[in-house]
Design a protein around this ligand. Structure first.
Ligand code: ADP
Length: 442
């Protein structure tokens, strides 16, 4: 509520008292026969009075005291009231802000996840909640302002912080207090000055994931032997001896082959998932590309135009077996999802940062955009019937994704329905090795 004083009343408040004092002094002066000295004394008295009230007000304001509301009717009392009101409003606003801040802090402190506020430049701890104590071992007040990477030294924090806002979440790291507690860490930049580190206890989740992985691996392993037996017997049966059974036999063979492939792919995925890193060696890319070209031609039985371009002049550092399996999956998809007469181009080149790129481009059916983000999920298919018909298991791209992750590489897919698709594997610079006798130019 704003206080306003009417204009004529302002006139009264500002001038009535001085006019009265000066008028009275003039009258007394005239009666005494010395009007000027009386007027001068009255004016000085008025000025002194104003100075005194001004000084008192300034003193009270600078002492940050509450200003008592003036009861008088003059301009000083108006000023008192206005200042009092604005002081009260500011005080209320500040109180509300403090309460809000306390509520946010209490909420952050009560979170079951560890929350640490970091200074972005110094990477020192600014604030942390209670959970940061029992998940990360931070202690108050010793660790306030401590450098986080040093404080959590057993964790691979330094490299990760160097990645800043681009750092990917660390998914399964041991707690510095107890290695059996598994944590997932995320770095969230939330202002120009601060980052938020959030650590979540994922021990139970990781345990379940472990059980799931073991279960799939065990089931796949157990299925392998009976399938080999069935497959073996089916191969022994001669359809010519029982012509009526020929189509049934052919279907049984096809299905048993599909099941065998499914089991092999599941075992491959389990093996990849249980690895954190791979045995690394130099993978000769010229021979790998030649093999991929041969495989594409054999699988397509000459129905496609296959081309290979090796523009990179580097080799890759990684696992020859896994990389071949990933590239081969992409080539096999390109062949299977491209009708006869289409083209398949395999290109190996360098990117601007010294990394290497292998892309498999086809002129096939293409993939609607809505499906692209989910392609690497297990058993995700754009068209289940087409995938089955073409002998797919729905696990090929999941295998590709895992192999690339183990090489710190990533898969990119672009596609247009009816025009074809391009699957691109991007390897970081650290994975390119100069080929013997060749210079690398990015
Ligand atoms: P699948 O064994 O079914 O081919 P993948 O994991 O290899 O399984 O691929 C998943 C799905 O992505 C496929 O079912 C198919 O719908 C789609 N896909 C993969 N590669 C291509 C491609 N080159 N062209 C069109 N669709 C593709």
């Amino acid at each position: 509520m704003a206080m306003s004083v009417p204009a004529n009343s302002q006139w009264n408040r500002f001038l009535a008292r001085p006019a009265l004092v000066l008028g009275g002094a003039l009258l007394i002066g005239l009666l005494l026969g010395h009007p000027w000295p009386a007027l001068a004394i009255a004016a000085l008295g008025l000025l002194g009075g104003q100075q005194l009230r001004l000084r008192r007000l300034v003193q009270r304001l600078s002492a940050r005291q509450r200003i008592p509301v003036g009861t008088g009717k003059d301009a000083w009392s108006d000023l008192d009231q206005l200042l009092h009101r604005s002081q009260e409003e500011t005080r209320h606003r500040a109180q509300r802000l403090v309460e809000m801040l306390r509520a946010y802090r209490a909420a952050a402190a009560a979170l079951p996840d560890a929350v640490v506020v970091l200074d972005r430049d110094t990477q020192r701890v600014q604030w942390f909640n209670e959970a940061a104590g029992h998940l990360l071992g931070l202690r108050y007040p010793e660790d306030t302002n401590a450098p986080l990477a040093e404080r959590l030294r057993p964790l691979p924090i330094a490299n990760w912080l160097a990645g800043g806002r681009y750092a990917e979440a660390l998914l399964d790291v041991p707690s510095p207090l107890d290695a059996s507690t598994r944590l997932s860490l995320r770095l969230i930049p939330y202002s120009d000055r601060f980052w938020l580190l959030v650590a979540r206890d994922v021990t139970k989740l990781m345990h379940l994931e472990h059980i799931r992985r073991d279960f799939v691996a065990n089931v796949s392993h157990e299925l392998r032997t009976p399938l080999t037996v069935i497959h073996g017997y089916l191969e022994m049966l001669d359809p010519q001896e029982q012509p009526d059974w020929a189509p049934i036999l052919a279907e049984m063979r096809r299905q048993s082959q599909r099941m065998t492939q499914l089991v092999e792919d599941l075992l491959t995925l389990s093996r990849l998932e249980s690895q954190d890193s791979l045995n690394e060696e130099v993978v000769a890319m010229d021979s790998t590309l030649a093999t991929l070209c041969r495989e594409a031609e054999a699988l397509g039985t000459g129905r496609h135009v296959v081309s290979v371009e090796d523009r990179a002049g580097v080799d890759l550092l990684g696992s020859p077996r896994e990389l071949h399996s990933a590239f081969s999956n992409l080539v096999s998809n390109a062949v299977r999802y491209t009708p006869a007469g289409g083209s398949i181009d395999i290109v190996f080149e360098l990117d601007g940062d010294g990394g290497a790129i292998l892309s498999v481009r086809d002129s096939g059916y293409g993939i609607p955009e809505a499906h692209l983000p989910r392609l690497t999920e297990r058993f995700y298919r754009v068209s289940t019937s087409r995938s089955r018909e073409l002998g797919g298991t729905g696990l090929g791209l999941a295998i590709v994704k895992h192999v690339l992750q183990l090489h710190q590489a990533r898969l990119e897919v672009t596609s247009e329905v009816g025009q074809g698709s391009t699957f691109t594997c991007r390897f970081p610079a650290g994975r390119s090795v100069a080929r013997a006798g060749q210079e690398v130019d990015a």
